[in-house]
Design a binder for this molecule. Structure first.
Ligand code: DGY
Length: 326
């Protein structure tokens, strides 16, 4: 089968696919979007990225396409309904990136609470003239309340880490308390007003777009911290820039942005905003395993099987999928 890989992947995923007889085209990092669309027209399967919009138009134009492996756990870039209607399984890469992403959420939380960027700037600018009792004081994590919005695998991994730092955990999910978790589920309102820090772990959907707008940001405790390693549009960035400038929040730690790779200009000016370029899952081990997971799922799908980590399992009952000749 002809397989398209959107950009260079770390690790042996391309070799794995070639060893199984597939012809693999891996596009260069600096390729234009048009090249991806052109190559997709001749592909039976694709490993695409969260930065590749796979809308109904793109899927409809790819007449040979039989499987989409999204190299991410989030798949808001793919029109799953359009793929299902076309009999195309869509797969993602859950689990393997849980720890790496939770580590970055904690990194952001620590950096904001301990004012690490300000401290680094202070040193680099030659202002450090010796130890002082009141120099660049941050805040303890111990004894503070961390509110987690979305309590899936990554939310739980963050809760375990934060608990080890002495934080009290509360969480909110739209579907209520999750069985077997040791932490209290609370209403969204209670989480907003009680948390000293809030960490976001929801997928991007119509229900979560701008979940944190001006009103919600102002409902947060004065001096609280907001951390986002999920998807940028969950926060209204323009509103966040205003609330940070007003000094209502202590700071924000963001690994994701509304219109990546753009960052809202107000966030650059914001005091105590820690901004990272979407590196939540960015470790050698995790990205290698994400590639292998995508490659294995794609191979399964392209050899007529029900692929592991299919996010639209209903596709396997559609006439479009059942009538395929493998
Ligand atoms: C994901 O997988 O959804 C992350 O945002 C990138 O690893």
């Amino acid at each position: 089968m002809d397989i398209l890989i959107s950009r260079p992947l770390p690790g042996p995923a391309p070799a794995f696919l070639r060893e199984r007889g597939h012809r693999v085209t891996m596009l260069a990092d600096d390729r234009p979007t048009e090249e991806f669309r052109r190559e997709l027209a001749g592909a039976d399967g694709v490993i695409c990225l969260l930065s590749d919009p796979m809308g109904a138009d793109v899927i409809g134009a790819a007449s040979r396409l039989r499987a989409i492996a999204n190299y991410a756990v989030g798949y808001n870039n793919v029109d799953v309904a359009a793929a299902t209607a076309a009999g195309i399984p869509v797969t993602n890469t859950p689990d393997v990136l849980t720890d790496a992403t939770a580590d970055v959420a904690m990194t952001l939380l620590l950096m904001v609470m301990r004012r690490v960027p300000a401290a680094m700037r202070y040193l680099a600018e030659g202002k450090f003239k010796g130890w002082k009792p009141d120099l660049l004081l941050g805040h303890d994590l111990r004894g503070k309340t961390l509110g987690i919005v979305g309590m899936g695998r990554i939310g739980q991994a963050v809760a375990r880490r934060a608990e080890a730092f002495g934080m009290r955990i509360v969480y909110h999910t739209r579907s209520g308390a999750k069985a077997g978790l040791p932490w209290p589920a609370v209403s969204f309102e209670k989480l907003l007003v009680e948390s000293d820090a809030i960490s976001l772990h929801v997928p991007l959907a119509d229900t979560t777009r701008h979940l944190f707008g001006a009103a919600e940001l102002r409902r947060m405790k004065r001096g609280a911290v907001l951390i986002n390693t999920a998807r940028g549009p969950v926060i209204d960035e323009a509103a966040l820039a205003v609330v940070l400038a007003e000094g209502h929040l202590l700071g924000a730690g963001l690994d994701v942005f509304e219109e990546e790779p753009k960052v809202h200009p107000g966030l650059w000016q914001a005091p105590n905003a820690v901004l990272l370029p979407h590196i939540g899952s960015g470790t050698v081990e995790t990205r290698t395993e994400m590639g292998m997971m995508a490659a294995r799922s794609l191979h399964e799908a392209l050899t007529g099987g029900k692929a592991s980590h299919t996010v639209n399992p209903e596709v396997y009952t559609t006439p479009a999928w059942r009538s395929r000749k493998w």
